[in-house]
Ligand binder design. Structure first.
Ligand code: FCB
Length: 449
């Protein structure tokens, strides 16, 4: 990386992007041979999605791909993070491939390359084929092998053109929210199942990496984790013990196997009979070296042994998700990962906020979101100044979309979407990001001069 580095400028090869995921934007949930995913099924359960909505239409990105590509290019990013929908390219999660689905992603990738934007692919952003769920989903070890086949199938079509492939997005969310609390698809409520799912996700990550490399894949390979610093509510022993355990379940449960080849023993002990079944050789596969580590950062988490932490009393600004705005937590997190683990270059693969976004005469004055992005980009720069090796930063999200159990009510986009007309409008934050990115290029030139 370049040694030229002053506060408002980043290295020449720094990756700047925006991120989305298939289920949240594509719509066309049964078009052109796509099979149902667990999220299509989950959305039909009464009461689980706040506004009763689903992904049938979403942002109609499947139909509006060209227009959206032009919009991404207009922002001036040099990378776009997206996911492929497994049931769109292989309806049942095994067996026949769906050419129309593969063609769609090929058009997307070629459209990005034609505009000089690096494609950052995520294979699993939560939308598992429903047919696989009917055989136990991620709790079934066989799904690990189905995922490796899926990864190889995507490599065969796109592997020579994508810059990067992440296996999974946020294994903690899929296992804990999908299988322990059950607030996300597939809506299972069992800690033992959740931990077995987490193990199978990690195992399939390592197996897919090995298979992709064996197949000659040249893309940069890694995984995306949702990580936060966990701070104790008070200095009491009980709160500190709680924070340590939560850190074990959120951070160390994923970082330790990836970089040291074992699960944290304090958490294994705590889980007791809910700890996952691990077969000989699994841990070696999971620690297969990665080219990058993706981190999604939104806020800190506060652990309390007593009454749950009340964000409204914290005195910090809070977003529409009731998440505290806490950019200093990002710097602290990156420094900690850099110190505790032999990490490859790290990327912020998601960062952003949901705010109230009224449209006023065709404009959205989201000063709160712009400030959020500025503060977090500064937090990344602060970590880099202290020696952390960062490869890039991506905003969540390109545009407003289906925010899972919150439906369409929570808006994370820097581009506003009117869901009745599908009109896209740059919010002020998008205009700011565009100008910021243009300035990065200018100061790079100034550095050279
Ligand atoms: C992350 C998800 C992403 C989006 C943001 C707000 O957990 O990866 O799809 O919903 O949260």
């Amino acid at each position: 990386m370049s040694s030229h580095h002053h506060p408002d400028s980043f290295p020449d090869d720094f990756v700047w992007g925006v991120a989305t995921s298939a289920f949240q934007i594509e719509g066309a949930s049964a078009a052109d041979g796509k099979g149902p995913s667990i999220w299509d099924t989950f959305c039909k359960v009464p009461g689980v999605i706040a506004d009763g909505s689903d992904g049938t239409v979403a942002c109609e990105h499947y139909q509006r791909c060209e227009q959206d590509l032009d919009m991404i290019a207009k922002l001036g990013v040099n990378a776009y993070r997206f996911s492929t929908s497994w049931p769109r390219v292989q309806a049942a999660g095994s067996g026949a491939w769906n050419d129309k689905g593969l063609d769609f992603y090929e058009r997307l990738v070629d459209g990005l390359l034609a505009r000089g934007i690096a494609p950052y692919l995520t294979l699993n952003h939560w939308d598992l084929p429903q047919a696989l769920q009917e055989q136990g989903g991620w709790a079934n070890r066989d799904t690990v092998h189905r995922f490796v086949d899926y990864a190889l199938g995507m490599h065969a079509r796109l592997g020579d053109r994508v810059a990067s492939i992440a296996t999974h997005n946020e294994p903690w969310v899929m296992s804990m929210l999908g299988h322990e609390t059950g607030i996300f698809a597939p809506g299972i409520k069992s800690r033992a199942t959740a931990m077995q799912v987490a193990h199978h996700l990690m195992l399939s990550h390592g197996m897919a990496l090995r298979a992709l490399r064996d197949a000659g894949c040249q893309a940069s390979l890694g995984i995306v984790l949702n990580l936060s610093p966990i701070e104790p509510a008070t200095d009491s022993d009980a709160d500190r013990a709680k924070a340590r355990l939560e850190d074990g379940r959120l951070v160390r449960w994923y970082m330790d196997p990836l970089f040291t080849g074992s699960y944290p023993s304090d958490v294994v002990e705590h889980l007791d009979h809910d700890a996952p079944a691990v077969l000989p050789g699994d841990m070696d596969i999971i620690r297969t070296p990665m080219n990058f580590l993706g981190i999604n950062y939104y806020s800190r988490s506060v652990a309390s042994a007593g009454a749950p932490w009340d964000v409204h009393k914290s005195g910090l600004e809070i977003t529409e998700m009731d998440w505290e705005v806490y950019p200093q937590g990002l710097t602290a997190l990156l420094l900690r990962l850099h110190q505790d683990y032999p990490v490859p270059p790290m990327f912020i693969t998601e960062n952003g906020g949901a705010f109230k976004d009224p449209v006023v005469q065709g404009q959205v004055h989201d000063a709160d979101r712009t400030r959020y992005l500025q503060q977090h980009i500064q937090a990344v720069a602060d970590a880099m100044r202290q020696g952390v090796n960062m490869g890039g930063y991506m905003v969540w999200s390109l545009m407003d979309n289906f925010e899972w159990a919150s439906g369409y009510a929570k808006r994370f986009g820097i581009v506003h979407v009117d869901y009745t007309t599908q009109k896209r409008t740059f919010k002020d934050s998008a205009l700011w990001y565009q100008e910021f990115l243009a300035r990065q290029t200018t100061s790079r030139l100034a550095d050279v001069a």
